[in-house]
Ligand binder design. Structure first.
Ligand code: ADP
Ligand code: ZN
Length: 749
């Protein structure tokens, strides 16, 4: 090994700066006197504790070199190397570096996003059992205390130096866990494996997929065979299976066949709390428990799942977005369920697409990936057309279940009672009488989206945002859905003093109307106000599954893969919100929502029916979707995208900025636009559009605007951003202005 004094460690630190920080390897402390094990070796992928400004921070070593732009004398030493082994498998590690480049995001924040909180706080990445030992920092502190504070932590240090490494249980006899944690945060003590065994010799046993009574349909069989035959080589399979067609069964069998005795599978899902069924099915069917990774877990549970993934012990890892970064040393297959779902895109901070990164990871690991959906994204469909993805289709529901029939109800031709047309009311009655359950979809929570004075036209608006206030009944108040501001509900117009009227229908009001129209029928409501907690979601979904609730009213949350066999009817109260929206993805989202909500009906033996209320029954895209199906809709929508040069026929990035002072915001974005003009202006295949105001031009007292960068392809966009962004970063940032870049934005807003 070379003399580690000459090494320079490039460290990713969780700061908003787009750079790495150079450090020297740690100074060696005489280990003999203390009984501490030999220090870990510096290598890419290990965490280090470093001096940073006046504080100490944790970072990840991203590279080791022998030169720095800074003179050696200016470089500081790393306090401590935390890990003996890199935290990531090589492909996972490269994926993070690649993602930082591609999304032009500060690499420290990228690594932070990939690590469980417990690891960011310095906990050991090793699997238990572990022992606690003194770090070199702790040893130095014992030898020459820097001050007299934290007497209990010092007592802990003394205890460890007298007795040598101790297990958590042994420490717990004398020390509170909070003291142990505090000493970890200071960098005085750390965990290490109790035995000398390296982490992760996974058992060489193939997890068994328990047999079930399910016999695959021909289409399922073909899909499984195709995925399995392409084996552990890179291939993207776009599994387009109508709702209820048995995609999960395809995932289960393909995984069982491909992971064999040592491999691992990664299954990404949009939201675990809303779809506990998928996880249950994996638990039921495999004799090896999957590791579950999502943000709702307690930090120690998440760490444990992460460790099991890293050691290879977890053969199947199921997780949401950030699980795409899980360490998977023996990856054999990736599945992305509901690949069209917008929640795969992180919408703040490090704005990555987990679906897109999953494809990149599969390519780099040279393994197969299955993108499953009943409503594939237009991007994925185009990739299939171009031959980059291999398309597999499940056109029907297995067994007796049949696709629900869809009808449009022309709202202009029927009397409407609080949002319900006569045909909708009649259909609900019929289905309830036949013993079926009914779903009513309205993508608006609260009681009424607008409160308005009929006499003078005054509307209740938020004082902090350019937006209307939503009336809520339980608890009562006027709430802004954009900034969270609350006010007591007003009964009189602030302008003229006359009575105010709630206009429009949120889910609360729909629930009230249903109770009046169908007395005696239990109604359940699923929206963010009723299911704020995980427990509440589980309880509500269980109530529906047991049949205790006869009518289920809800928002977008209803679109997520629920499998309730007794739903006979789905009513979509208002299809029109998405028809004329300005965003280029609005039509795609609307179509996906309609098909996904409709897919909750007719999943059992009961035939399903779907009523879609609209004032525009002749809208061409809506007609195409209802009459010819999602695929026909997608073909037409893609033609329109091509015409308008929107993705996937162009590549976008959005520079968003906000500030309290609109003049500063405007000046900044204009300056940024000017910096891009020589390269852009259509010449190099790049157009810079804007600045333009965001749809909600003021939110929480901050003005919001953006610049849109449109490029003819990915490499053009990347080249442009690589040159332009450093110049934007060097612009004198006006006081209080924030900006961020979104590569491949889902919404141009
Ligand atoms: P999707 O994920 O495509 O919406 P699911 O995987 O949830 O569909 O399957 C819907 C239902 O059909 C489930 O209850 C599942 O157990 C059942 N199923 C799947 N494949 C078959 C099959 N080949 N024969 C009978 N039932 C099946
Ligand atoms: Zn507001």
């Amino acid at each position: 090994m070379e003399n580690s004094d000459s090494l320079i460690l490039q460290v990713a630190i969780d700061t908003p700066l787009r750079r790495v920080f150079d450090y020297l390897a740690p100074k060696h402390v005489a280990a003999a006197s203390t009984g501490a094990a030999e220090s870990p070796r510096p290598q890419p992928g290990v965490r280090v504790r470093v001096p940073f400004g006046r504080s100490t921070k944790l970072g990840v070593v991203v590279a080791i070199t022998d030169r720095s732009v800074l003179p050696r004398a200016k470089l500081k030493h790393v306090h401590e190397i935390i890990d003996r082994e890199p935290l990531f498998d090589p492909v996972g590690f490269e994926l993070l570096r690649w993602a930082a480049d591609y999304y032009h995001h500060p690499i420290g924040e990228v690594f932070a996003a990939a690590l469980p909180v417990a690891l960011r706080a310095g906990r050991s990445a090793q699997e238990h059992p572990v022992v606690w030992e003194t770090t070199s920092l702790g040893i130095a502190e014992t030898a020459s205390p820097s001050d007299r504070r934290a007497p209990q932590q010092r007592a802990l240090l003394a205890h460890l130096s007298v007795n040598g490494p101790r297990t958590t249980a042994e420490l717990a006899v004398e020390f509170d866990p909070a003291i142990v944690r505090a000493a970890v945060v200071r960098g005085w003590i750390r965990e290490r494996p109790a035995t000398a065994l390296a982490a992760g010799a996974p058992p060489g046993i193939a997890p068994v997929l328990r047999s079930s009574s399910i016999e695959l349909t021909d289409a399922q069989r073909l899909a499984v065979d195709t995925i399995v035959e392409s084996g552990r080589r890179f291939a993207v399979h776009l599994l387009h299976g109508v709702t209820g067609s048995g995609k999960t069964e395809v995932y289960l069998r393909a995984i069982a066949a491909l992971i064999g005795e040592r491999g691992q599978a990664l299954v990404l899902v949009p939201e675990i709390s809303l779809t506990p069924q998928l996880v249950e099915r994996f638990r039921d069917r495999f004799d090896s428990a999957p590791a579950i990774l999502h943000s709702g877990l307690a930090s120690s549970e998440r760490l444990e799942a992460w460790r099991r993934a890293r050691s290879g012990e977890a053969r199947i890892v199921i997780g949401t977005r950030s699980a795409v970064f899980a360490p998977l040393p023996r990856l054999a297959l990736i599945v992305v369920d509901e690949e069209h779902d917008p929640s795969y895109k992180q919408h703040e901070g490090f704005r990555y697409s987990a679906r897109d990164l999953a494809v990149v990871r599969a390519r780099r690991a040279d393994v197969g990936i299955v993108l499953g959906s009943a409503t594939p994204s237009l991007e994925s469909l185009e990739n299939a057309t171009q031959g980059r993805y291999c398309k597999l289709t499940l056109p029907e529901r297995p067994g007796v279940a049949r696709a629900a029939r869809m009808h449009l109800v022309d709202l202009r031709r029927h009397a409407v009672d609080h949002g319900f047309s006569q045909p909708a009311i009649a259909a609900i009655s019929t289905h309830l009488a036949a013993g079926a359950q009914v779903i009513v979809f309205q993508n608006r929570r609260g009681y009424a989206p607008t409160v308005y004075c009929a006499a003078c036209g005054w509307v209740a608006t938020c004082t902090h945002c350019d937006a209307r206030l939503t009336l809520h009944r339980h608890p009562a108040g006027l709430r802004c859905h954009h900034c969270g501001a609350q006010r007591a509900p007003a009964s009189h117009c602030e302008a003229c003093g006359r009575d105010l009227h709630p206009v429009g229908h949120g889910t609360e009001r729909i629930e009230e109307t249903l109770a009046r129209l169908f007395p005696g029928q239990a109604v359940a409501r699923l929206d963010r106000d009723t299911v704020a907690t995980r427990g509440a979601i589980d309880a509500l979904l269980a109530r529906v599954r047991r049949g205790d609730a006869r009518i289920l009213v809800g928002t977008q949350m209803l679109t997520k893969g629920h499998d309730f066999p007794e739903i006979g009817l789905v009513v979509i109260l208002d299809a029109d919100q998405g028809l004329f929206a300005t965003d280029f993805r609005a039509a795609e989202r609307l179509a996906q929502t309609i098909i996904q909500v409709a897919g909750r009906a007719g999943r059992g033996a009961r035939p399903g029916e779907v009523l879609i209320q609209t004032e525009f029954p002749d809208h061409p895209l809506l007609r195409l979707l209802i009459d010819a199906g999602y695929e026909a809709f997608a073909t037409q929508a893609l033609a329109e995208r091509r015409e308008a040069r929107w993705p996937p026929y162009a590549r976008l990035a959005l520079l968003r900025a906000d500030a309290k002072d609109p003049a500063r915001l405007d000046a900044f974005l204009h300056a940024a636009a000017r910096l891009g003009q020589p390269a852009a202006g259509g010449a190099g295949g790049v157009n810079l559009l804007g600045p333009a105001n965001a749809l909600i031009a003021r939110r929480a007292d901050r003005h919001r605007a953006h610049l849109l960068i449109e490029a003819e392809n990915r490499s053009t966009l990347q080249r442009f951003l690589g040159e332009w962004l450093p110049r934007v970063e060097n612009l004198p940032a006006p006081h209080g202005l924030r900006w961020s870049l979104d590569v491949d934005p889902l919404e141009v807003d």
